[in-house]
Write a protein that binds this ligand. Structure first.
Ligand code: AP5
Length: 215
């Protein structure tokens, strides 16, 4: 299964991808996570990307397409993958198509997650994650079962992203509507687009995705 999760920042793409990898045993390819790993490792790509990401802008198509092309070629992607946060521009969408065509593969579904802007801002402002395993939580809506202890790995260390603040979030949303939302029409024309209500609970959104995927 080759799936794209499409939606604005805070729509729940990462949360849902984490649930789907367990269910379908395919990897999550998050360009945001890959770029943050490059920033943390201070690689050439990471050094270039840091300032752009902290400001809420998009990293260049050239850089992002190259890291995805390299990742898709790895053996754990042979049975499929979930693209989370990629593609994000029409040029990136063309690049995915070319990468798949070269391997005689096609996309199965593009799932658009729709969430109101005010809810997105609240979700992002309250988001934090486990510093060890990356499990995502929220200050009010999704706390660990035992306060201060990660449900998944038991770690007591958590972190917040530098781009999760109101000012940067406005830029990220602007960039979504300007550069990424045209992909809704792009995939609609290809007959791949399925839109779901991302305002529902995490469990209800997972069920909506599973209903599409299992069709
Ligand atoms: P990236 O890491 O991809 O961030 P994003 O797209 O802005 O998306 P988020 O991770 O913020 O949100 P999400 O939809 O995954 O929501 P989540 O599940 O965490 O990109 C970061 C930056 O990297 C970009 O700004 C750009 O600079 C660069 N970049 C990345 N990819 C790029 C590309 N392809 N091209 C160019 N640049 C690129 O959920 C959010 C919160 O809500 C959590 O607290 C969660 O617990 C909660 N939540 C989730 N679902 C629900 C629900 N149903 N109900 C209630 N709460 C929920």
């Amino acid at each position: 299964m080759r799936l794209i999760l499409l939606g604005p920042p805070g729509a729940g793409k990462g949360t849902q991808a984490q649930r789907l990898i367990d269910q379908y045993a395919i990897p999550q390819l998050s360009t945001g996570d890959m770029l943050r790993a490059a920033v943390a490792a201070k690689t050439e790509v990471g050094v270039k990307a840091k300032e752009v990401m902290d400001a809420g802008h998009l990293v260049s198509d050239e850089i992002v397409n190259a890291i995805v092309a390299e990742r898709i070629a790895q053996s754990d992607c042979a049975n499929g993958f979930i693209l989370d946060g990629y593609p994000r521009t029409l040029k990136q969408a063309d690049a995915v198509e070319a990468m798949l065509r070269d391997r005689n593969l096609t996309l199965d579904h593009v799932i658009e997650m729709r969430v109101d802007d005010e809810v997105l801002i609240t979700r992002v402002a309250g988001r934090y994650s486990c510093a060890k395993c990356g499990s995502v939580y929220h200050d009010t809506d999704r706390k660990p079962s035992v306060e201060g202890i990660c449900d998944q790995c038991g770690s007591t260390e958590f972190k917040r992203r530098p781009d999760d603040n109101a000012e940067t979030m406005r830029t990220r949303l602007w960039n979504y509507y300007k550069d990424t939302s045209p992909l809704v029409g792009y995939y609609h024309c290809k007959g791949l687009l399925r839109s779901i209500d991302g305002m529902q609970s995490v469990e209800e959104v997972t069920a909506a995705i599973e209903a599409i995927v299992s069709r």
